[in-house]
Design a protein around this ligand. Sequence first.
Ligand SMILES: C[S@@+](CC[C@H](N)C(=O)[O-])C[C@H]1O[C@@H](n2cnc3c(N)ncnc32)[C@H](O)[C@@H]1O
Length: 270
Amino acid sequence: MITEYNSTFYSEPIIVENLDGEVSVNVLDNLNRESIYSWYNLNTKNTESDYINKWILWGLMQPSINKILVLGWGGWAYIKYIEDHFIYAEITAVDIDPTMIKIAKEQMQIKTDKLVTWDVVQFTDKLAKKWEKFDLILFDIYGSTGEIPLHIIKEKLFKNLKKLLYPSGIFSINYANFFLRSHDLIDQERKTKYIAFHKELVNIYWDEFISFLSPDPEGGNVSVSYNLDKSYTMDDIKKEYFKKVEFEDIEADENLIKDIKLDDKRRFLR
Ligand SMILES: C[S@@+](CC[C@H](N)C(=O)[O-])C[C@H]1O[C@@H](n2cnc3c(N)ncnc32)[C@H](O)[C@@H]1O
């Protein structure tokens, strides 16, 4: 069944397609590109959405994932995955668009109740003042222009995010639509901007970071994690992943590691 939701944030309707528990959530940005693209199968408890897989994988690199902060809940695939596979993890999530809460309840069977409808900058400021701490912070904030909103990408936000992490905590950010080899002018502008954000993050975190690339020959999507305690090879990542799923007693999901490339030379964000 296809249901349209009128968003208070996006000018286009949010389209939810639910085929007996196989749910996808889409909205077009004002460049006619998919701005939220989320896919989750409530029966098999898996997502095949490439950028969400990369995020999930980073979550699984974290040795203890008790407290997770999700910035931008969008189509819920990540949160649903954690709810299904890591039942003891405590999730706090923020997004500016209340329409998504309706989708969570009507389509995604979301159980997490710490859902805050607010601007990410104000919300994280409040959390930092309360000295809250998390093992994992996932950042996926995109505006209706299909861009990370400029007013958000400020040193203050990133410094607050660092304050919100336990010393071993991981901060992971999705640089969606990072079309590395595209000649489109808009993509070139985005690329320049993301490289600048990345440099700022490296200055703040200083520690190890790593990036995953999509298999897309255009280099379409990058997920970067900061504050790691060491460098990883793809073999290390697979080993950590299988150790984790064995320890948590969950079935290994080959989708998560399928086709993922590691930017071990760090050339994509230089
Ligand atoms: C690309 S979507 C997130 C998709 C999500 N990762 C998923 O699994 O589907 C980006 C989200 O950022 C939210 N957003 C945009 N600006 C925001 C702001 N200033 N504060 C909080 N959330 C914001 C949008 O409402 C949208 O849900």
